[in-house]
Design a protein around this ligand. Structure first.
Ligand code: ZN
Length: 177
């Protein structure tokens, strides 16, 4: 049987992988630790965005993408693999999802950890909006879903702000009367 034949489309990080050879799966497992919060964290090399990188037969793969393929099969062409847990080195397939690049960007922006952040116009939230959202949460007049709709993000994203998972650096201030 022929081995997997990865095709490089965008060096080096989004190489399609149809299946994960046992040797690569072992490399992933060898440098992964299980955190109390359920994340399986890759403790090997990371790239600037925090994603794990694993090399195999001279090519580099993002560890979370390898983990997804291992659990679910190939990532459909053109789709990103993203973290529901907001922890880039996590390789727990249960914490991963696939979606369009735009979904991924919106998800990251809503969580306040986009690699491009406020530097790009496509940011859904920014420091000012996050501050407004915090005032609305404190005001208790609107539900989280209603606040989310006002800002074009999900209620879950607003909840993330409320519980301090996202946009933690933006201070909580009461609305001035
Ligand atoms: Zn995780």
């Amino acid at each position: 049987m022929p081995g997997p034949q990865p095709i490089i489309t965008a060096w080096p990080y989004t190489i399609p992988l149809d299946n994960v050879p046992a040797e690569l799966a072992q490399k992933l497992a060898d440098k992964t630790i299980i955190r109390e919060n359920g994340c399986h964290e890759w403790v090997g090399t990371r790239i600037a965005t925090g994603y794990g990188k694993v090399s195999w037969e001279g090519r580099h793969y993002l560890t979370h993408r390898v983990a997804w393929v291992l659990a679910n099969g190939p990532i459909p062409a053109g789709l990103d693999c993203m973290h529901r847990c907001d922890n880039p080195p996590c390789v727990n397939a249960a914490h991963l999802d696939v979606g369009t690049r735009q979904d991924n960007m919106q998800d990251m922006m809503a969580k306040g950890r986009g690699v491009v952040g406020e530097r790009k116009n496509q940011a859904v939230l920014n420091n000012k909006k996050a501050s407004e959202i915090k005032k609305l949460i404190l005001g208790r007049k609107l539900t989280l879903a209603e606040i989310g709709r006002m800002f074009g993000v999900s209620g879950g994203a607003i909840r993330g702000i409320k519980i301090g998972r996202n946009w933690r650096h933006v201070p909580w201030t009461m609305e001035e009367d």
